[in-house]
Write a protein of this length. Structure first.
Length: 410
């Protein structure tokens, strides 16, 4: 009996007990579908985290002022104006691993355009600040060194601000009032979306650093060369630990801090935080995939159970086949093909359900998914292996039956 005959015989036997065959493959179907859905959802979450990391700017450090104490009361981060433009320049000039060091100031402000107003955050930056954050210009132009040198009253708007002040229109060339100071809109920034904590990065206005300090956000706290934060972009992510150590040492030296003094600044490694969250998401996805794989094992046990029942039911048939010349290998192959066909058919149905389920999650739950061909091949291959592994014992048991005893079986 060749392989094709064995396959046709196996499919005929499965068709004769169609309902039992379908119920037997449920474990395989559910397992394969669950594996594909879990891997797709996990890959989608990873892609989303990579997108967020990219939107914040890769290889990025944020340096903010430290905390202060007044009458025994500890104030929040940023209450001590300890960072200056000179600190940013020193970081860029003295630390080789640093690509960009951009000072900035920030504060809340009310915007007015025509008869519409909107409250948002205003950032005073240098042109390098946009480069450090990898912020693209969607329309118009960016800020220039000439704008900073002349304290020009020009502004860049985020997409959320545009939607609130002049929806459906281009604001480039229009006048906007920030805290009653007129500014000309020279550009619109490309959308970056939300941060992992839900902050809208597009709800912001960017103006030249000198303009912000002199006309909008100045005063005692931001007088002179004092800044609210320093954005540092490094050349290579592998050197982030070394860069943090050098930046801390340099700033402590510049601020004349003694060895027993606490830092009067804070260095925030945003990408490291996000990558830790991404690693957690990958670990959780792997655990979910392992749990889903248990269904495949359960399905395999179900196949073994049904095949053992099938061997018992078809004992006389086996004896008759042997009596007319079938070899033990033919019997082994026939039952092994039956069990493999059950698992393979279950795998195919499971793949279709998995793809449908992943697509449904993406459309209904607004959850990002990434369907990888590797997950499909892995789950299908594993389902086929389950059929071979759990079907071997019943097939071997059938092939070892004594033909005489099998013909006498009632």
């Amino acid at each position: 009996m060749d392989t094709l005959d064995s396959l046709l015989t196996a499919l005929s036997a499965l068709r004769m007990n169609l309902l039992r065959s379908v119920l037997t493959t449920l474990g395989i179907i559910i397992g394969v579908a669950a594996v594909i859905i879990m891997i797709s959802v996990g890959a989608g979450a990873q892609a989303r985290m990579d997108e967020v990391i990219g939107s914040l700017g890769s290889n990025l450090l944020l340096i903010v002022p430290g905390t202060g104490t007044t009458d025994g009361v500890r104030l929040g981060t940023g209450t001590v104006p300890s960072l200056t433009e000179d600190d940013a320049e020193a970081i860029a000039n003295e630390i080789d691993t640093v690509r960009i060091s951009a000072p900035a100031v920030r504060g809340g402000a009310q915007l007015v355009m025509g008869n519409v107003n909107w409250g948002t955050m205003v950032f005073g930056i240098t042109p390098e600040g946009l480069d450090a954050r990898e912020w693209k210009i969607a329309e118009g132009r960016g800020l220039t060194d000439a704008d900073v040198a002349a304290s020009a009253k020009v502004a860049l708007l985020g997409t959320t601000v545009v939607e609130q002040l002049c929806p459906g229109q281009s604001p480039v060339g229009m006048e906007i009032r920030i805290e009653r100071v007129p500014f000309q809109v020279v550009g619109v920034l490309a959308s970056k979306g939300q941060t992992p904590v839900g902050t809208d990065q597009d709800d912001a206005v960017f103006v030249p650093l000198t303009t912000a300090k002199k006309r909008l956000l100045g005063g005692q706290e931001l007088g002179g060369k004092v800044v609210s934060l320093i954005v540092v972009k490094i050349h290579d992510w592998a050197s982030v630990t070394e860069t943090v150590r050098h930046v801390r040492s340099l700033l402590r030296q510049r601020h004349r801090l003694q060895s027993h003094d606490a830092d009067d600044f804070s260095i925030r490694n945003l990408a490291e935080f996000l990558q830790a969250r991404a690693q957690s998401a990958r670990t959780m996805s792997a655990l979910l995939a392992v749990v889903a794989s248990v269904s495949l094992m359960v399905g395999g046990i179900g196949i073994m159970n049904i095949m053992l029942v099938s061997v018992t039911e078809r004992t006389r048939e086996i004896g008759l086949r042997m009596a007319v010349g079938a070899e033990r290998t033919d019997i082994l192959k026939q039952f092994l093909i039956e069990s493999t066909a059950l698992s393979v058919l279950g795998g195919i149905i499971g793949i279709m359900l998995g793809l449908a389920g992943a697509t449904a999650i993406a459309s209904l739950g607004k959850w990002p998914i990434v369907i990888k061909i590797e997950s499909i091949l892995l789950s299908f291959g594993f389902s086929a292996m389950v059929g071979v592994f759990f079907g071997f014992y019943p097939a071997r048991k059938a092939s070892l039956l004594n033909p005489i005893e099998a013909l006498r079986y009632e």
